[in-house]
Design a protein around this ligand. Sequence first.
Ligand code: FAD
Length: 439
Amino acid sequence: MITPAPDDRSVTIVGAGLAGAQTCAELRRCGFTGRITLVGDEPDPPYDRPPLSKGAVGEDTGDLGFDFEALEVDFRPDATAVGLAGASIEADQPLRVMVAEGQPAAADAVVVASGAAPIVPATWQLTDRVRVLRSRRDAIALHEMLSAGTVSSLLVVGGSWIGLEVGSLAAASGIDVTVVERAAWLLPQLPPEVGRRVHGWCGAAGIDVVLGLPVDGVGDRAVAPEVDGTPVWVEVGDSRMSADAVLIALGVRPNTGWLQESGLPLVPGTGALRVDQWMTTADPRVFGVGDAVARWSPKYSKLLPGGHWQDAMDAPTVAAKSVLAALESTAPRPDPYDAVPYFWSEMFGHMLQWTGYLSDYRAARLVVREADDAAGWTMCWLDDRDRLCALLACDRPRDAVAARKAQAAAENGAPWADVEALADPQRPLKSCLTAARGE
Ligand SMILES: Cc1cc2nc3c(=O)[nH]c(=O)nc-3n(C[C@H](O)[C@H](O)[C@H](O)COP(=O)(O)OP(=O)(O)OC[C@H]3O[C@@H](n4cnc5c(N)ncnc54)[C@H](O)[C@@H]3O)c2cc1C
């Protein structure tokens, strides 16, 4: 039961994932007493996605546990936003969120938190045996398929995070896994040295890796019965690779189709909603958080894509304060959000943690921290002035924590490194970095 809010200002948040739910909670934490409407197109209350590709699957997996009644949030599940009217730089028209089969919701401010969806080429058809993984329902269906005993081989199209995490789990459960990746190495968004290590893990787990081959199409005999052979296949040039099931894991695209006519600037190519360091769009009453957005980073002078949990978790604090500043002339503008990019992954029994930003690995110097007698290693990428731009820690969480802290403290996100000390895996990383030379 929603009790009436003591003031009549209203905020509508589109997308009931981590970023949307966090924004609701942060608005209340900042003292916002107006109406909050949370529009989400899934039937479930907000849940966390990372566990879904790491072996945890079930109706309650990752429940985020937001109490919308206590927060006095009007949560509307199964409701899809299909458009946003009134957005403009002048901010002189009322904002309205159009909802499929519902009345448009007028709002004084709108927060876009509609996340991202798996990329599936238009001619590829998803079926019972050709699947993607984004939602809890996807995870349950994928798990049921892989554990039913009817799938003994899995083709993973795309050798990046989700594909490799699922591939590593499937291989561990005895399924023959083949990963097909268009690029020349696995995890192609990272430098090739990382992909080579992960390739080694795949080999040890019995996974076949096919590199440098773009998949042109995917087929399922259930929808193309004239084709003989195993149930599903992928087309690679003139040839076919067959298996019992396919996972399409080509990355994600921001869910911003519903903003296409809004006039708000979307990033060409990715379609991400462009926000500044206050998570504000071109219309000062419209904000964006999480996977749906690309945020301007003064630290790196770059527009950084979303796509990782940490941003979805942390940026809503600033977005909520920005909403308040837009609605209340007395509310101060918050400090900008300019976090150092951070994400993690778990695969083949290893924990990988990335921190920092690397514009071109070819121009960076790589230092590897690795002891002969330990399984973990850390790759550090330095610029030409010996500053630590980015780091990937494998089973060395202390390195990741120390680098993150030092990067956050350095003005441009790249603390100075004592290269000789850095190369010694026994030296605490903290003692190898300084925010400014001479400190
Ligand atoms: C399987 C999996 C594993 C992951 N593992 C990791 C990891 O290990 N480490 C890491 O850093 N990150 C990981 N991520 C990424 C991380 O989960 C995301 O960055 C995070 O979920 C983003 O949160 P979000 O709220 O922005 O978007 P989402 O979680 O996508 O939530 C957006 C919500 O908005 C809904 N929506 C979309 N369009 C509309 C509309 N028009 N109207 C209403 N609702 C709409 C969507 O259905 C969804 O419910 C993983 C993601 C997945 C899928």
